[in-house]
Design a protein around this ligand. Structure first.
Ligand code: LLP
Length: 421
């Protein structure tokens, strides 16, 4: 469910007309709904209650500081995978003891910043990282809480580029080696083993792979405890999928996911952590674009938008589907016509949809990409020297620009000329 609906024939974000935002900030832009972010976060906390738990929002999906503060004010922790994301979380007022540091390639410099600033735990992904982290902690004179991410070799049945729990993926340590790695961790100075971490992939639309992985984590918890480790926290990762079409897909709900967690690991007396990104942010955002031209091709017609692959890379990168709807509600029963929906970038990969049935649209009219809150703005680039587009946050009948569109002056002055030019 989200808060983007037609009211009196006009698409709204909560109580704000999308056309009013467009008139103020220009197109294209991203817009997020506070009510939807809040609802999705709350669904998880309700689903995990009464287990002791901490929901850590995966910042990688949507990292605007205003969004992080919205969630942080509700009690959310954050899952960060770079020190840049750590700085964002801190700038949003999230205390260090609610920030989890994940990722396969944390550098010593990044570790130093996180350990100095405060961290809930570091999720370690390899033996060399374990040793590096121990060295850094010793040098700072602190003890760092850790989990070790295990790779359960489970098929998450999702797009191959976002599956992370198979043994040929770069993530985690093979679960078969867990005893040895935990023993090494226990012997290293300044590390405090608090638990186990697992994350098998993103956009999972079936609970079975989660169940498989979590049962393995439950077994591992019991085994590591008999080996003397005080396993008291389980980080179960993110990955719960969202519906990308209004009609035909209905992935499991957070409530079902919570019930699965209780069934598989609920009796272990552990604090449960999860790291959802997409389910919280995905359907809380739209990408709004204007139609530049309606162009007749040979045997196909093109809708050329002012948004492009640099603004939303998911269709080009993963062949992802996003529903695209007109901002003015089409009259009931209006005839639809198939369009290839494209951006202005100079490659054919800059195609959002092929032969997509759309109601009649004219130059200057607005369309909205649904489910664009997650992995939209955060994956944008300035390819073709197109400025990063603004982000807007709606709250009831108010809206605010939470990231400005940069001016060309600002963009150009980042380049500098060497002395010989
Ligand atoms: N935790 C870890 C360790 C992760 O690697 C990820 C996502 C998450 C949590 C959050 O997963 P989520 O709940 O959002 O599924 N750019 C891709 C998605 C990449 C996901 C990477 N890791 C896309 O646009 O589909």
């Amino acid at each position: 469910m989200d808060h983007f609906t037609y009211k009196n024939g006009l698409l709204h974000a909560e109580d704000v007309a999308i056309a009013d935002i467009a008139a103020t900030v220009g197109t294209p832009f991203y817009v997020y709904s506070t009510a939807t972010l809040t609802r999705h976060y709350t669904l998880f906390t309700e689903a995990l209650s009464p287990l002791p738990h901490q929901v850590c929002f995966a910042i990688k999906s949507l990292s605007n500081i205003a969004v992080l503060k919205t969630l942080g004010d509700l009690g959310a922790g954050m899952d960060v995978v770079s020190i840049g994301e750590y700085h964002r979380a801190r700038a949003a007022g999230i205390p260090g003891d609610r920030i989890v540091f994940s990722g396969v390639g944390k550098t010593r410099d990044e570790m130093r910043v996180a350990l100095t600033g405060g961290i809930r735990q570091v999720n370690v992904e390899s033996e060399p990282e374990l040793r590096a982290l121990s060295e850094v902690a010793v040098s700072l004179g602190v003890t760092v809480p850790i989990t070790i991410r295990v790779n359960p070799d489970v098929d998450a049945k999702t797009h191959e580029k976002i599956a992370t729990g198979k043994k040929d993926n770069k993530f985690g340590i093979p679960i078969s080696r867990a005893s040895a790695v935990y023993a090494e961790a226990a012997a290293l100075p300044s590390l405090d083993i608090v638990g186990i971490d697992v994350h098998i992939g993103s956009q999972l639309t079936d609970l079975a792979p989660f169940e498989q992985a979590y049962l393995m984590v439950a077994d591992l918890t019991r085994r590591l405890r008999t080996e003397g480790h005080d396993i008291r926290r389980l980080d179960l990762g993110g990955g719960l999928g969202i519906p990308y079409t209004r009609s035909n897909d209905a992935p499991p709900l957070p409530l079902d996911y919570g019930a699965l967690i209780k069934r598989t690991v609920g009796d272990l007396g552990c604090e449960i952590e999860i790291e959802p990104g997409r389910l919280i942010s995905g359907n809380a955002g739209l990408l709004v674009a204007g139609v530049i031209y309606v162009k007749q091709g040979e045997g196909r017609d093109f809708l050329i938008l002012d948004a492009a692959m640099n603004d939303l890379i998911r269709p080009a990168m993963y062949g992802a589907h996003h529903d695209i709807i007109p901002v003015i509600e089409p009259a009931a029963g209006v005839e639809q016509h198939p369009f290839d929906i494209v951006g202005p970038v100079c490659e054919s990969g800059d195609t959002f949809a092929k032969s997509r049935p759309m109601p009649p649209l004219a130059e200057g009219e607005l369309v909205a990409f649904r489910s664009a809150g997650a992995y939209g703005a955060v994956m944008a680039s300035e390819y073709n020297s197109r400025p990063l587009i603004p982000e807007v946050l709606v709250h009831g009948d108010q809206f605010a620009v939470i990231r400005e569109r940069p001016t060309f002056d600002e963009i150009l002055k980042r380049d500098t000329l060497p002395i010989w030019l």
